[in-house]
Every structure is written in C-alpha cells, then in structure tokens.
Design a protein around this ligand. Structure first.
Ligand code: AMP
Length: 126
C-alpha cells in the first residue's frame, strides 16, 4: 500500500504560508518552528518541505538531496538552540508515526526537546 499524504494537514498549510508559525530555521529542504504547546524550554519541530507523512515514508522516497538537507537542518536547529553536545547538555529527538506512534499531524516532523533533563524515554500510558 502506498503512503497517502494529506495536503490539508496543518504543517502543509504552514509550508504554504496559509497559517503563521514561529520560525527558527529555514532552508531549501526544511523548515523549523516552535511547537505551539512546548513540553520543554526548547521544543522545536523540524519538517521537510516535501510531502512526506512520516520518517519511514521520507527515508524510503525522499531524494538524497532532501535527506541531506533535512538532516543538516536538524543540526542547524540544535546548534541554534544551544543543545548540541559541544555547546550544551543534549536533547531528545522524537518522531511519532501513525496510530501506534500517536502522530497528530500527518507531515513528517521531529521534535527537538531540550533545556532540561527529559526524564526516562517512555512513560507507559496504560
Ligand atoms: P505529533 O503528535 O508528533 O504529531 O505532534 C504534533 C505537534 O504539533 C504537537 O506537539 C503540537 O503541539 C504541534 N502543533 C500543532 N499545530 C501546531 C502549529 N500550528 N504550530 C506549531 N506546532 C503545532
């Protein structure tokens, strides 16, 4: 079954400039902006500009240039936020996918969370 990208998702609207965002970094292949409901002092979402639902979709179908551009953008965001291991105390990167990943917005994004100790990786919800 093919991946099914919904052009009306909220991050697609942000990319089209239809709704505002608090941009941290932008390049040819990526956009990074602050999460509207931050869970940590640093909480930035990094998205590719192409129409990819999830990390597995992107990893399978994106061009090499898109993949390099996106991964480098994550580096730039970490540097700009001062959370790299060369500057700061580190960060957590999360990418939720699909129903079991409890993904709310169906456009690939990684959450960059930092500025405090993030605790154990997963707390069971059940
Ligand atoms: P996920 O569960 O990984 O899909 O998380 C989606 C994230 O997007 C949540 O942390 C939301 O707070 C965030 N979010 C939703 N709408 C916006 C928006 N318009 N601008 C910034 N962040 C948003």
């Amino acid at each position: 079954m093919a991946y099914n990208y919904d052009n009306q998702n909220i991050f697609a609207k942000i990319l089209r400039g239809e709704i505002p965002n608090n941009t941290v970094y932008e390049s040819e292949h990526a956009l990074a902006f602050r999460d509207i409901q931050p869970q940590a002092p640093t909480h930035v979402l990094v998205i590719p500009k192409g129409p990819y639902v999830s990390f597995d979709h992107f990893a399978a179908d994106a061009t090499d240039a898109e993949i390099i551009g996106y991964i480098r953008a994550i580096s730039e965001v970490c540097k700009a936020e001062g959370v790299t291991l060369t500057q700061g105390e580190g960060f957590r990167m999360i990418s939720n996918a699909g129903a079991h990943g409890v993904q709310e917005v169906p456009h690939l994004h990684v959450h960059i969370l930092g500025g405090r100790n993030m605790g154990r990786m997963i707390a069971r919800a059940d």
